[in-house]
Design a protein around this ligand. Structure first.
Ligand SMILES: [Zn+2]
Length: 366
């Protein structure tokens, strides 16, 4: 009996040691939950976390290989997502990874798809270098380190079981992982297949149309349309709840944005899903189309008024949300005391060329 007890004691301590190793190494019990959603047989959307927002990665199973759109801030999350894609599709032939813009929360996991060609708008690599290499990377890590104690305090102050508590609990886990990952083994992977205005990738049974719509959220913003699946990806451009906002100081070219956006909305092809990158942000097909119609109407209408020499005071009165764009009347129409609609009219007006002064009268033409 004595010996049995002795062996049992050894066994128990051995098991405890194994559990302790598992808890510190794998943190399996502390991983954020992983979600996978099929939009169709060939389209898989995968993300981690319940309460906090991360990035929804969209994967396409095509005749010429797997195409992935977006990655996360945490490459551990992307490694889990990659494994899920492989399992779901039963293949591993990653052909392309597409970045919708350069922001760090969308590109740090790029290295997980090391064999894929990374595709992006031409402005993206330089902007990525500023954010996630050299001094930019040091700043980013310092920012996350400073956020940690703040988030821990906020989690502790939030009521147990509240959404806020869950948000910060997940966020703290996320931050700790990300800080460690950015300090060790992080290799920024940049897009190498670059385009200016648009690019079409022929995947055999699927076509990917990439359109540059940069200048409002970031310089390299890209919308992706897959007509065979009626699928649109918009990155971080305008969410459902808010009227599209044209910041005056931002370098957008609305004519180019609308030309490209119009190829998706007015091309006569069905749109079934519109996906925003962040896991907690929705955008309906209707809102996506209404956003386009709103900006297009303002751009065309105000351009015409400007050409005809109208005064700005007239332009301001020409379009009202409640009358001309009632879809948006219940949406967020103000940010930090700025009336978004009035701001947009002013912003567009300022970018339009002034009406030409009547020039000297030339020789009469036959
Ligand atoms: Zn962004």
């Amino acid at each position: 009996m004595k010996w049995m007890t002795f062996f049992s004691a050894i066994l128990v301590s051995l098991l405890m040691a194994i559990q302790a190793v598992a808890a510190t190494e794998g943190r399996a019990d502390e991983e954020l939950p992983l979600h996978a959603q099929r939009l169709s047989d060939r389209v898989l959307v995968t993300w981690v976390g319940d309460a906090m927002q991360t990035i929804k990665v969209v994967a396409l199973k095509t005749a010429k290989g797997i195409v992935v759109m977006e990655t996360n801030l945490s490459r551990a999350a992307d490694a889990r997502i990659r494994t899920t894609i492989e399992k779901e599709f039963g293949r591993k032939d990653f052909k392309y990874l597409i970045n919708t813009h350069h922001h760090h929360d969308h590109v740090c996991g790029n290295q997980v798809y090391h064999e894929a060609t990374i595709v992006g708008q031409r402005a993206i690599p330089e902007e990525m270098k500023k954010e996630i290499t050299g001094e930019g990377l040091v700043k980013l890590i310092d920012k996350f380190k400073a956020m940690l104690p703040d988030w821990e305090g906020r989690r502790d102050r939030a009521a147990a079981d509240s959404r806020e508590n869950r948000y910060f609990a997940e966020g703290i886990l996320w931050l700790r992982t990300v800080i460690a990952e950015l300090q060790e083994g992080f290799k920024p992977a940049f897009p190498t297949l670059l385009f200016d205005k648009s690019l079409t990738l022929d995947m055999g049974d699927m076509t990917l149309e990439l359109y540059a719509v940069g200048g409002t959220h970031s310089s390299g913003d890209t919308m992706i349309f897959v007509p065979e699946e009626g699928l649109v990806m918009v990155g971080d451009m305008w969410p459902e709840q808010v009227l599209p906002y044209l910041r005056k100081e931002a370098p957008w070219d609305l004519e180019l944005i609308l030309e490209n956006w119009g190829r998706i909305v007015e091309g006569g092809r069905e749109i079934k899903h519109v996906t925003m990158a962040h896991s907690d942000i929705k955008l309906s097909v209707e809102a996506f189309k209404e956003q386009y119609r709103y900006l297009k109407t303002l751009w065309n209408g105000l351009s015409e008024m400007r050409r005809q020499g109208a005064a700005f005071e007239e332009a301001k009165k020409r379009y009202a949300i409640w009358r001309d764009f009632p879809f948006f009347k219940e949406k967020i129409l103000k940010v930090r005391d700025v009336n978004i609609h009035e701001n947009n009219i002013e912003a567009i007006w300022a970018k339009l060329p002034a009406a030409k002064e009547p020039g000297p009268v030339g020789p009469e033409r036959p």
